[in-house]
Design a protein around this ligand. Structure first.
Ligand code: ZN
Ligand code: MN
Length: 264
């Protein structure tokens, strides 16, 4: 299992992976961010790392060390950057980190880099870093490919209906809610305390942002919806749906169908 995580490999084994046709590394990205009283600060990083690991096993990729810090949490998608425990990067830092790490993977010989995002606010800044890294590598004569995705975008309608039987209200209010809590109950049950879930209605969000943030406008729980309906069974449905769909998309985009995990 742990053979897909590159931090566990020695340099010679790593080099053999990199040298393969279609060699692919998946970088999971998360955040250090409060997730209410019932879950730890590392949820976004833990989930993206675990999903990246499952996808990597399916397509014969490696998984890079997770990005544990992310872009500033925002009130309309993560509860806000003012909350205790939430420790964030600015745009330039995140973009620069992505560009440097991805450029290094390309120059070492990886043909493909995938960034599998687990923190809503990261996306556009990762996009910038990835775009810069690909352009820079192509300018040196390399022909790398890259894919950027956020894992929740791969949850299909059928799975949504099962996981949200009362109706799905959108990914932006899923911070600390049923999606993340169900996946944590599946993957890291010992880190979740369901007795501490605060059951409240979904956050009523404005259609705009204000500066400075007003902490009174988002739920005191730190979650944007209730995790009361979360379960490990839902987590299993979500994990299977996401892993299958992401692996399928990556096989199509990156020509990795013939890779195997024989090298170790
Ligand atoms: Zn989260
Ligand atoms: Mn987040």
């Amino acid at each position: 299992m742990s053979a897909v995580f590159l931090e566990d490999l020695d340099a010679e084994t790593y080099a053999a992976h990199v040298a393969r046709d279609g060699s692919t590394v998946i970088i999971p990205t998360g955040a250090t961010e409060q997730h209410g009283p019932h879950m730890p600060l590392g949820v976004d990083a833990m989930l993206s790392r675990a999903i990246a690991g499952a996808v990597a096993e399916r397509i014969g990729a490696l998984v890079a060390p997770v990005f544990s810090y992310g872009y500033k949490s925002q009130p309309r998608s993560g509860g806000g950057n003012h909350r205790i425990g939430t420790t964030s990067l600015g745009a330039a830092a995140l973009t620069g980190l992505v560009e440097d790490v991805v450029s290094s993977f390309f120059s070492q010989g990886f043909k493909n880099v995938v960034v599998l995002n687990g923190h809503f606010e990261n996306y556009q800044f990762i996009y910038e870093g990835l775009d810069n890294a690909v352009a820079g590598s192509r300018a040196t004569g390399l022909e790398p490919r890259a894919v950027l995705l956020s894992y929740w975008d791969f949850v299909d309608e059928h799975t949504l209906e099962k996981v949200f039987p009362d109706g799905f209200l959108g990914w932006d209010i899923e911070h600390g809610g049923v999606l993340e809590t169900s996946l944590m109950l599946l993957l890291h049950p010992e880190k979740v305390d369901m007795s501490r879930v605060i059951d409240h209605p979904p956050a009523k969000l404005t259609k705009y942002d204000i500066f400075p943030e007003d902490p009174a406008r988002t739920p005191a729980s730190g979650c944007l919806s209730s995790a009361k309906g979360a379960s490990a069974e839902s987590g299993q449905l979500l994990m299977e749906a996401v892993t299958t769909a992401v692996a399928s998309s990556l096989r199509n985009e990156l020509h990795v169908a013939n890779l195997s995990l024989e090298v170790n």
